[in-house]
Design a binder for this molecule. Structure first.
Ligand code: SAH
Ligand code: AVI
Length: 334
């Protein structure tokens, strides 16, 4: 095929649109006011994912210690054909799609089954959606990619209405970044936006040896630390703050009682930080912390309970021999 014709053919399969919020959500300034100017200090994890933060997350996935990505990828590779055969989707809608690296296992399975899906990657990071979409149309010559840029916490009602069965995909264990009630509320909202023969494929990280969990969030190369500290750069840029990242350190540990990893930024000395956009200052004492992320770890049964509470009926539960990770395929209960 001539270069021009090939380029046209690729471009006709590539789209990207913004998804407007279906309801009001707090802005970064609101979240900073509520989360940083009061104690205990905390911020929503979605602010990690500016362009640089998203690239750092992608590097985390390749660290030796961060087992979730390769475990889920291997599991998906082994069960993708089963999932596609069972579901026969016309659309694949992915929440928090990032680089879509593992989703390729599903496209490979579609190819094997002659099942031509349209792909709808939905992510808050525009650069990631655009970059991943461009690579995918190049790799899969039959694939239409319609990137969606927006915040899934702002509701799902403004997602495009799709004809035919959709497989909703929510990978990586990102459901663990929601507190229990928020996770159930999010899954309930997702279930309510689904048609009765749509399906959900969700990945969730499992409880395991504490050392393995702690190591995954404290990699030796310091990529997770850089990912956590990058949040301060986001605040410096977006709230005109003057955080000095040399005066904070990354701290991540498994909280057994809550069954979750907690990531914090800890002030290493007493300091005052200015937030110009808010005309505010924060005084940090040495040792003060900001909770930047929780990452919940599930048991077989806690995962089922959450899905059930959100109104899903489980079709299949896949896990590897070491039970490090789960992939669940579920349908909305009628
Ligand atoms: N699914 C990928 C990426 C997981 S990282 C994987 O399994 O590797 C979490 C992803 O969710 C990031 O790409 C991040 O940008 C996206 N994300 C986080 N909060 C979001 C929100 N509120 N709305 C939309 N996307 C969000
Ligand atoms: C995206 N999410 C599932 C990751 C996790 O493991 O909770 C984010 C992450 N944070 C630190 N490392 C990876």
């Amino acid at each position: 095929m001539e270069l021009r014709a090939r380029k046209d053919q690729v471009e006709s399969r590539l789209n990207c649109q913004k998804v407007s919020p279906a309801r009001d959500v707090s802005s970064l300034l609101d979240d900073v006011k509520q989360g940083l100017l009061q104690e205990p200090r905390r911020l929503p994890a979605k602010y990690f994912y500016d362009d640089h933060g998203s690239q750092l997350f992608d590097r985390i996935c390749d660290t030796q210690e961060y087992y979730p990505t390769r475990t889920e990828d291997a599991l998906l590779e082994s069960v993708a054909k089963d999932i596609i055969r069972h579901c026969q989707p016309e659309h694949l809608v992915e929440l928090g799609s990032g680089t879509s690296r593992k989703t390729r296992r599903l496209f490979d399975a579609c190819e094997a089954h002659d099942c031509t899906v349209k792909y709808w990657p939905f992510d808050v990071c525009e650069e990631m959606v655009k970059g991943a979409s461009a690579s995918l149309v190049d790799e899969y010559h039959w694939l239409d990619v319609n990137g969606l840029v927006g915040d899934y916490n702002a509701g799902l009602d403004h997602l495009p209405e799709l004809e035919g069965r959709s497989l909703y995909v929510f990978l990586g264990g990102t459901i663990g970044n929601f507190a229990y009630a928020e996770g159930v509320a999010f899954l309930t909202e997702l279930r309510e936006s689904m048609s009765e023969d749509d399906m959900l494929l969700m990945g969730a990280d499992r409880v395991k040896d504490e050392d393995v969990l702690n190591a995954a969030y404290n990699d030796k190369e310091g990529v997770t630390a850089a990912f956590n500290l990058n949040l301060l750069n986001v605040l410096n840029r977006e709230v005109e703050a003057n955080f000095n990242s040399d005066k904070f350190k990354h701290h991540a540990f498994f909280n057994q009682e809550q069954s979750q990893i907690e990531m914090h930024l800890i002030a290493t000395e007493k300091q005052t930080v200015k937030l110009q956009a808010l005309e505010e200052e924060i005084l940090f004492e040495e040792g003060d912390s900001i909770l930047t992320e929780i990452s919940r770890k599930f048991t077989h049964s806690s995962l089922h309970e959450m899905l059930q509470e959100a109104g899903f009926v489980l079709s299949k539960h896949f896990s590897p021999e070491n039970n490090y990770f789960s992939l669940v395929l579920a349908s909305p209960s009628s």
